[in-house]
Design a protein around this ligand. Structure first.
Ligand SMILES: [Zn+2]
Ligand SMILES: [Zn+2]
Length: 303
């Protein structure tokens, strides 16, 4: 097969675009897909100060790598969760990535924030669902750092597979409020900075190819808590369907983006006000993370 652009030998075939590309043209294609998402949803401009939430996985690192190569002003934010070897490896990889590129990296260590407790210990003391506790804590520090360090936009590495699976889950459960909020870009409001997902037009496979072509090392360990997540089931079902219905995912997701306005009308049945302890926007008196802190300290006192 020949590259559709330069006619050199193709190294990759993208079924849902029916496109064969050489290595260089694939990388250009990848950056163009990011630029298209950025433009379609007015995510950010060249002047903006960007903060990329990096986990050590291939999505967030490919995003950060792309933004740096595309000439954007993008720093990284890593949250060390203290989940054994998984977090240790993630931290090594992210640190090496930022050092190699002389890019700015902000590190938050959960242990420093929760009186010496790691994420597994916090899950234990609060008797919470691991992915929920983790998601809550990560979102909290993403939002706080973006605000405190005055970044214009907070970016995450959610890809097309993630967004389509999340959409499917929200439809199965008719989470109208989530559907109303599921957007490639959320404006700055309610005490949160602007947020965006520049990888929405790229699949997991395309990101894996990009990281391979660019020698991006990523955490090959998977989180020991992630096995039970329902989102995997939705993702897997969509993959299965994609095998016989090529382009289903992108059609499904783009159809939603076109019709999002239908859900935006959904009433917000909550109002956000600053947490009494830390000031983070919350729908109750005390925010979820301060509640975790209180529970963690209480159990500490019992010992
Ligand atoms: Zn080519
Ligand atoms: Zn709080």
């Amino acid at each position: 097969m020949r590259c559709a652009v330069c006619k050199k030998k193709a190294e990759v075939y993208l079924p849902h675009h029916n496109l064969a590309l050489c290595r260089e043209d694939f990388i250009r294609f990848f950056h163009k897909r990011i630029k298209k998402a950025v433009d379609d949803f007015k995510m950010f401009s060249e002047e903006d100060k960007l903060l990329v939430a990096v986990s050590g996985g291939k999505d967030s690192l490919s995003l950060w790598d792309s933004l740096l190569k595309m000439g954007y002003n993008a720093d990284g934010l890593f949250i060390h969760l203290g989940i054994g070897d998984f977090s240790k490896r993630a931290f090594e990889i992210v640190k090496e990535f930022s050092e190699n590129r002389k890019a700015e990296l902000i590190i938050i260590n959960i242990k420093d924030e929760f009186g010496g407790k790691t994420l597994p210990e916090l899950v234990e003391t609060t008797k919470g669902v691991p992915c929920k506790v983790c998601g809550k804590i990560k979102r909290y520090f993403f939002d706080r750092i973006a605000l405190k360090e005055n970044y214009d936009v907070l970016l995450t590495g959610h890809n097309l597979d993630d967004e389509a699976a999340f959409l499917l889950g929200n439809i199965f459960n008719w989470n109208i409020e989530y559907l109303a909020k599921q957007s490639p870009a959320l404006p700055e409001e309610d005490g949160f900075k602007k947020k965006a997902k520049p990888l929405i037009y790229l699949t997991e496979r395309e990101i894996a190819i990009y990281s391979f072509f660019n020698n991006i090392k990523y955490n090959e360990l998977s989180c020991p808590f992630s096995k039970k997540a329902k989102s995997h089931l939705y993702k897997e079902s969509l993959h299965q369907m994609e095998l016989s219905l090529k382009g289903l995912r992108i059609k499904f997701y783009k159809g939603f983006l076109r019709n999002r306005k239908l859900f935006e009308k959904a009433e917000k049945n909550y109002t956000l006000k600053p947490c009494k302890i830390c000031g983070y926007p919350t729908s109750s008196e005390i925010c979820g993370v301060c509640k975790i802190k209180i529970k963690a300290e209480v159990s500490e006192g019992e010992k």
